[in-house]
Design a protein around this ligand. Structure first.
Ligand code: G4P
Length: 526
């Protein structure tokens, strides 16, 4: 197979969902279809359940699980599917946002009982920002959920996307009979109870055929025909281009735990989802077909063994072919690096690979060279865009509790923030360090890992902060004047970019009104 064919057959995506909607279950069923795993229960949920065991144990467990499920690849038909896992806990949302920078499309799972939930909303905002194509899977149709038309309305209204159902449920909950495939015009009937996985496919050719009555009875047949009429009247036909531009989302209904409706989803996904897309850099567009290799690091994972400081950097290949033992250019450090054990992930299996193609994600053993967002090339000096830091939501001052271990603390904070666990800001006025995260759990993770891996102790003291926003202005003098006026509230991030620390929404508004030329950004990339 040549490179163009290898690129064309790749589908790199993530499943996103509010916790409990069924992401893990769906992932597992997809892997079963691909033959990548043999039995149910093989994929562990990466949810952190704050319950019986101590949180540290849970954090360690999370780290263990998320290494093994970071990327799960499998072959289906002639396609190579790469699923990138996203953390199950909302405190790790930033990890999820970054993972979304490395995919070409997403499948969004919605629980038919709960509808659109807070995390669904946040994640979809990120997809919209990048115009990522989204396929919707409405899950748990075996439970008494909402009316499917109401669900679609809710999705359109709350998530501000257009939808187009491609399958349609017949009944719901106890009376769930199966789905009608609106494209193939076939009935896929659900024969089981919640424990079994039986489905039968009936090609009925035409919705007016008596076969429909025969299979689902008169009442359901009548309802289905009325629904199909309404669907055709209300929803535009699916236009692939609009889907690829993130403007319209195909919708499937099913029950992941019962393995129902998944095949329709997967068959359509491999057909319409985009192969590796081109990507923007500070020096222009890079296409997957470009012959020279390039890629970027979107995730870094620390070694689980604290005695070994090496880490795994996850690199998304954007162009060319990656080869083992070849020297590549680390753009930020202007260094040549080569990798003797690059790893690929096939479901749960890790293996050393000799080459990898655009769309693939590989694991690189790293002794501390990489930061999130780093670009690796075959020699050229450019930097991929679109891997920003997001404005954190929670803040703490860092206080060193062991002056003998100052260096260790500094190193620990540097490295943990390089991994993207949290963001580090240094206040302009007094040099105090402020840690910013999107979730409270991160503080526990950092404190625990500082002690366990760096032998450093720090306390995290409360700080009254509402938001940290990156600031910019076309006129350097005006920016300097602002920074002087608000010097108590200015800090620098790790790249020395200035950040405004707003103590309240009101103070932020005041600053914006008094300095209309200053721009305030919620992302580090603008
Ligand atoms: P997540 O990764 O999105 O957080 O969700 P996960 O797959 O772990 O699923 C959350 C719960 O929903 C699980 O139950 C799972 O079995 C159940 N579930 C998933 N798909 C369906 C479905 O189609 N129908 C029904 N009725 N339930 C579904 P749990 O009790 O939390 O875990 P478990 O003990 O069943 O593993």
């Amino acid at each position: 197979m040549n490179v163009t064919e290898e690129i064309k057959r790749r589908r790199t995506f993530a499943i996103i969902a509010h916790p409990d909607a069924g992401k893990t279950t769906l992932t597992e069923k997809l892997l079963l279809f691909g033959g990548a795993i043999q039995s149910a229960g093989a994929v562990k949920s990466n949810k952190i359940k704050k319950s019986t065991t101590s949180d540290f144990m849970e954090i360690e467990k999370q780290r263990g699980i998320s290494v093994s499920t970071s990327v799960m690849a499998f072959d289906y038909k002639n396609y190579k599917v790469n699923i990138l896992d996203t953390p199950g806990h909302e405190d790790f949302a930033e990890d999820t946002y970054r993972t979304l920078s490395a995919v070409d499309s997403v499948i969004m799972v919605i629980d038919c009982v709960k509808g659109v939930e807070p995390q669904t909303r946040k994640l979809l905002e990120v997809c919209r920002m990048r115009q990522t194509p989204v396929i919707v899977f409405i899950n748990k149709m075996d439970r008494e959920g909402q009316n499917p038309f109401d669900l679609l309305d809710e999705i359109e209204k709350e998530l501000k996307i257009k939808v187009r159902p491609l399958t349609w449920p017949i009944g719901i909950g106890k009376s769930f009979k199966g789905v009608y495939n609106l494209q193939l015009k076939s009935l896929n009937l659900f024969m089981g109870d919640s424990k079994t996985t039986v489905e039968e496919l009936y090609e009925i050719g035409d919705i007016s055929s008596q076969e429909v009555e025969k299979n689902i009875g008169e009442n359901f047949a009548e309802q289905l025909r009325a629904d199909v009429d309404l669907i055709d009247g209300v929803y535009d036909n699916l236009n692939r281009q609009s889907y690829l531009e993130g403007k319209i989302s195909p919708v499937f209904f099913g029950s992941a735990v019962n393995n129902f409706g998944i095949k329709e989803l997967l068959d359509c996904f491999v057909e319409i989802a985009p192969p590796p897309i081109e990507r923007d850099t500070d020096k222009g567009i890079i296409k997957p077909e470009d012959t020279k290799f390039s890629g970027f690091v979107f995730k870094i994972h620390a070694n689980l063994d604290p005695k070994h400081r090496d880490r795994i950097a996850f690199l998304r290949i954007c162009s060319g072919i990656f080869e083992r033992n070849k020297y590549y250019h680390h753009v930020r450090d202007n260094k040549q690096l080569r990798f003797s054990n690059p790893t690929a992930f096939m479901a749960q299996q890790k293996s050393v690979i000799d080459e990898a193609f655009p769309g693939d994600v590989i694991g690189l053993y790293d002794a501390g060279n990489f930061k999130i967002g780093d670009t690796l090339t075959e020699g050229a000096s450019f930097q991929f865009k679109g891997i920003p830091s997001f404005s954190p939501e929670l803040f703490r001052y860092v206080t060193n509790l062991d002056p003998m271990k100052t260096k260790q603390l500094q190193k620990g904070l540097e490295q943990l923030t390089d991994e993207g666990v949290a963001q580090l800001f240094t206040k302009k006025i007094d040099g105090r360090k402020v840690i910013g995260t999107v979730g409270a759990l991160q503080f526990e993770v950092i404190q625990h890992r500082l002690k366990a891996e760096y032998n450093a102790s720090a306390s995290f003291d409360s700080i009254n902060l509402y938001k940290a926003l990156w600031i910019s202005c076309n006129d350097r003098n005006k920016l300097n004047a602002f920074m002087l006026d608000r010097s108590n509230h200015i800090a620098f991030d790790k790249e020395e970019r200035p950040v405004f620390l707003a103590e309240s929404a009101w103070l932020l508004q005041m600053a914006q009104e008094k300095f209309p030329d200053i721009q305030f950004h919620v992302k580090s990339e603008f």
